[in-house]
Design a binder for this molecule. Structure first.
Ligand SMILES: Cc1cc2nc3c(=O)[nH]c(=O)nc-3n(C[C@H](O)[C@H](O)[C@H](O)COP(=O)(O)O)c2cc1C
Length: 344
């Protein structure tokens, strides 16, 4: 494994960048469960930053552990990206990452996210700018990018693009191996993660559809990239990194978690760390994923859809907790029959 991850432990397990979800209050919950190798922030718009967004300090909050935080930048304007990066690097994170994978229509319209994969000249210019800012900063932080396969399934084109980023000074790369048009629920092609890991000199982190210990373990045995990134499953199970470490050491044991404790933590941390304007949107977004832990979680999801303010979210969740006491402590174990195939 390359030196860039040398101080992060043996297994590189990363929390994916997720808009409205991987804010510092959520990262604090993951931290409570022993943390992960790298926490990616939600994407931070260089344009919003440069227009003095009133929520700047909230997006730039580096807690709980700046030394393991990777700030993700969204944008394509070199001057704006550079200005944001200077501020971010002063907060001494592990590094900065450029979003080259987001496919949302309004992001593509702006020429941000995955659009950069069709503009290799601009993409490499942005990486060079980030490397320059990093080198001037002098603290040796990382510069990375998160990509998809791109518009079409052309591995030569993809490799050429990645090599250009590598030649521009990129330290490592994360790939969610899906085409732009593929929906999130579809399986990505982890063979592409393997292909890049073998053909690039920088480390490659694989991302996509790791849902539990089995799907992690299958990818590790089959593809063995330099690291793994988990998104949606980390929102519904903020303990997933801890659980993976636990099962690596204790494959025959049971992992227990108290969901009521996680919910209490969530409410307490969002009130402690976030701006009140975000309580409602961030809590409904979180419970959209977390509700999947319960047999009748759909019921909670639909109830929350009819709320309009945070107090109602909190009271609906508390009512749900009272009515589902029997589901609050959950147990996980490895289903050994499924370890040899990709069951995600
Ligand atoms: C609600 C949501 C928000 C996301 N926001 C971002 C983002 O800000 N930046 C980014 O690079 N990817 C973003 N993604 C993509 C995830 O980082 C990840 O690549 C994707 O969810 C696949 O990983 P998973 O199967 O482990 O969830 C987002 C995904 C979701 C579901």
């Amino acid at each position: 494994m390359s030196n860039i991850f040398a101080n992060l432990g043996q297994e590189i397990l990363c929390l994916a960048p997720m808009a409205d979800l991987t804010h510092c209050a959520f990262r604090q919950i993951v931290h409570h469960f022993g943390g992960c190798s790298l926490y990616f922030s939600e994407m931070i718009s260089a344009e919003a930053y440069c227009s003095n967004s009133p929520y700047r300090s909230f997006y730039l909050d580096s807690r709980p552990d700046s030394s393991r935080l990777v700030y993700q930048i969204l944008g394509n304007n070199p001057e704006m990206v550079q200005r944001l990066a200077v501020d971010l690097l002063e907060r001494e994170p592990f590094g900065v990452d450029l979003n080259m994978g987001c496919c949302a229509p309004f992001i593509r319209k702006k020429g941000w996210g995955i659009s950069l994969m069709s503009e290799p000249e601009l993409a490499t210019l942005l990486i060079k700018r980030l490397v320059k800012v990093r080198d001037e900063d002098g603290r040796g932080q990382s510069v990375s990018a998160k990509i998809r396969i791109g518009e079409k399934n052309d591995l030569n084109l993809l490799l050429d693009f990645c090599r250009r980023l590598e030649d521009s000074g990129l330290d490592y790369l994360t790939i969610n191996p899906q085409l732009r048009k593929e929906r999130r629920g579809r399986h990505g092609d982890w063979g592409v993660v393997d292909f890049l890991e073998k053909n690039l000199t920088i480390p490659v982190i694989g991302n996509g559809n790791i849902r539990d210990y089995n799907s992690f373990s299958y990818r590790k045995k089959t593809y063995n990239p330099s690291g793994f990134m988990i998104g949606r499953a980390a929102i519904s199970q903020p303990w997933i990194f801890d659980m993976i470490r636990f099962f690596d050491k204790n494959p025959d044991s049971t992992y227990r978690v108290d969901l009521a404790e996680v919910i209490e933590m969530f409410f307490s941390f969002i009130k402690e760390y976030l701006h009140p304007d975000f309580y409602y949107s961030r809590s409904t977004r979180f419970f959209q994923y977390f509700a999947s832990n319960f047999v009748f979680g759909n019921g909670l999801f639909f109830k929350l859809r009819n709320t309009t303010q945070f107090d109602d979210v909190e009271s609906e969740v508390r009512k749900f907790m009272d009515n589902h006491q029997d589901e609050m402590v959950q147990e996980f174990f490895i289903d050994k029959k499924k370890l040899t195939k990709d069951n995600s």
